[in-house]
Design a protein around this ligand. Structure first.
Ligand SMILES: *Cc1c(COP(=O)(O)O)cnc(C)c1O
Ligand SMILES: *[C@@H]1O[C@H](CO)[C@@H](O)[C@H](O)[C@H]1NC(C)=O
Ligand SMILES: *[C@@H]1O[C@H](CO)[C@@H](O)[C@H](O)[C@H]1NC(C)=O
Ligand SMILES: CC(=O)N[C@H]1CO[C@H](CO)[C@@H](O)[C@@H]1O
Length: 467
């Protein structure tokens, strides 16, 4: 048969993004320029690989595939089933899990949805759970609420009581957790955090959970790459369910995973799978699952172990260098990829240092430090070495990064003095035309651009802005 012509109103379906949508194309290119030209120190971000980006942008995004492999609601899923099975196999392999003992659902759209599905599977509405408090480094989805308001759906649909770090040491206060659990009698204990620089005592968490017949869940979102790389203790030896994002240390696309024990005899497998679909989600994002499969293959490689090792080495070096300048770190240092930097001794807020860093193209985020008086103006910032390590930076480079950070703090201190007030708006006004900021930015951009850029070719960026 002769090839049929394309309808004129359908020609837009085969043009490139650059031809089809100049505005979105330019925004993407400008963002690439920004990523290449700055120092990315946000602990929850990373640079994914070209292969992951490619998989994420495939026509697999066209397909609806509700249900599980072999039992879909729609037809035409033979390749999608193959993909999801491959992804599940690789997820277990990346964490060294025996398929008889563990299973995994790879459909959650992200970390938050994975956590809500896990809670839906494990406990009943209004059952009690205990997770690390947000101001102590925990995540919203672990039951966060304030005195005035239930913030997270995990506190709206379930009852929650947090445990905390000891403000004096920065370490989790397991003793108090045990005492409170004895009174509160939770049905679920959650370990894992977004801003905790230390290793977890999973054995103690398991012991406390067992005292109350509670489930133990770990949300390893921040450290899953370190666990896959054997640079952090594996929670799988202790927990019933383990959730994770795939875009942080795991360096994959933006999505989530839920691992569940298959050998406990309480049907966690069906409960988790049902909770994901149909309780919490509809059709999975197959293009994302393809990209997760690619990332998991990489995560199981010896190179990834080297990467994970370097991430920790860099974090430890960066911590040492900051302490060398006389700065205070929560818990005094780090055992993983992240650093919580307490700026209260400098009489600066995290927001102000974050602002100066932004101006000089160092991306970090303000973060509360245990014991902060106000949650609105956190007293510190959080730094992570995952993304810079993906740009092939080593310990020596961390010394330079620490010097840049030290200079931002010196600038922030001066600007705050000049502003003569603690108000952010006065602070920002006094940054205008600051020579030191301009000079530091120039040095940071030059430094950042001298390192390789994962995922895309930095020499081919077609940006419409200059940095
Ligand atoms: C980032 C994070 C999440 C949420 O993941 P999203 O993909 O942003 O929804 C959940 N738990 C922890 C511990 C995290 O750090
Ligand atoms: C992925 O494929 C499966 C199997 O067909 C389908 O059920 C699901 O909806 C698809 N999801 C996406 C996002 O395409
Ligand atoms: C970033 O990705 C690398 C390589 O995949 C991984 O080793 C590292 O742990 C990741 N770091 C973070 C914080 O995501
Ligand atoms: C945990 C870790 O890898 N630490 C390393 C941090 O970097 C220092 C300095 O390079 C190394 O000596 C440590 O082994």
């Amino acid at each position: 048969m002769a090839a049929k012509p394309v309808d004129p109103w359908n020609t837009c379906l085969n043009t490139t993004l650059e031809e089809e949508d100049k505005e979105v194309f330019a925004i993407v290119e400008n963002e690439k320029l920004r990523q290449w030209s700055g120092l990315e120190l946000i602990a929850s971000e990373n640079f994914t690989s070209q292969a992951v980006i490619e998989a994420n942008g495939t026509p697999l995004t066209n397909k609806y595939s509700e249900g599980l492999p072999g039992a879909r609601y729609y037809g035409g899923n033979e390749f999608i089933d193959e993909l999801e099975n491959l992804c599940r196999k690789r997820a277990l392999a990346a964490f060294g899990l025996n398929p008889e003992q563990w299973g995994v659902n790879v459909q959650p759209y992200s970390g938050s949805t994975a956590n809500f599905a896990a809670l839906t599977a494990l406990i009943q509405p209004q059952d009690r759970l205990m997770g690390l408090d947000l101001p102590s480094g925990g995540h919203l989805t672990h039951g966060y609420q304030t005195n005035k308001k239930k913030i997270s759906s995990s506190s709206i649909y379930f009852q929650s009581m947090p445990y905390q770090v000891d403000p004096a040491t920065g370490y989790i206060d397991y003793k108090r957790l045990e005492e409170n659990a004895a009174l509160y009698r939770p049905k679920l204990l959650i370990c894992g955090a977004s801003a905790y620089p230390r290793e977890w005592d999973y054995a103690t968490m398991r012991r406390i959970a067992d005292q109350h017949g509670a489930y133990l869940m770990c949300d390893m979102a921040h450290i899953s790459g370190l666990i896959a790389g054997k640079e952090a203790i594996s929670p799988f030896d202790f927990c019933d369910v383990v959730t994770t994002t795939t875009h942080k240390t795991l360096r994959g696309p933006r999505a989530g995973l839920i691992f569940f024990r298959r050998d406990k005899g309480d049907d966690l497998e069906n409960r988790v799978n049902q909770a994901v679909f149909p309780s919490c989600q509809g059709g999975p994002h197959n293009n994302t699952i393809a990209a997760i499969a690619v990332a998991l293959k990489q995560a199981a490689s010896p190179e990834f172990q080297q990467y994970a090792k370097q991430v920790r080495a860099n974090a430890s070096k960066l911590a040492d260098a900051l302490v060398g300048y006389g700065y205070k770190l929560a818990s005094g240092g780090t055992e993983n990829h992240l650093i919580l930097w307490d700026l209260k001794p400098q009489k600066l807020t995290g927001s102000k240092v974050e602002r100066i860093c932004d101006m000089v193209h160092i991306t970090i985020n303000k973060n509360s430090i245990a014991g902060d008086k106000s949650a609105v103006t956190p007293g510190g910032v959080r730094l992570g070495t995952n993304a810079l390590t993906s740009r092939s930076m080593k310990e020596d480079d961390m010394v330079k990064v620490a010097e840049f950070l030290h200079r931002t703090v010196q600038i922030a201190t001066k600007v705050q003095e000049q502003a003569g007030s603690k108000l952010m708006k006065d602070f920002v006004a006094h940054c205008d035309g600051n020579e030191e900021i301009a000079q530091l930015k120039k040095e940071v951009v030059e430094f950042a651009r001298s390192y390789p850029m994962p995922g895309f070719d930095a020499t081919k960026i077609k940006s419409t802005v200059t940095i």
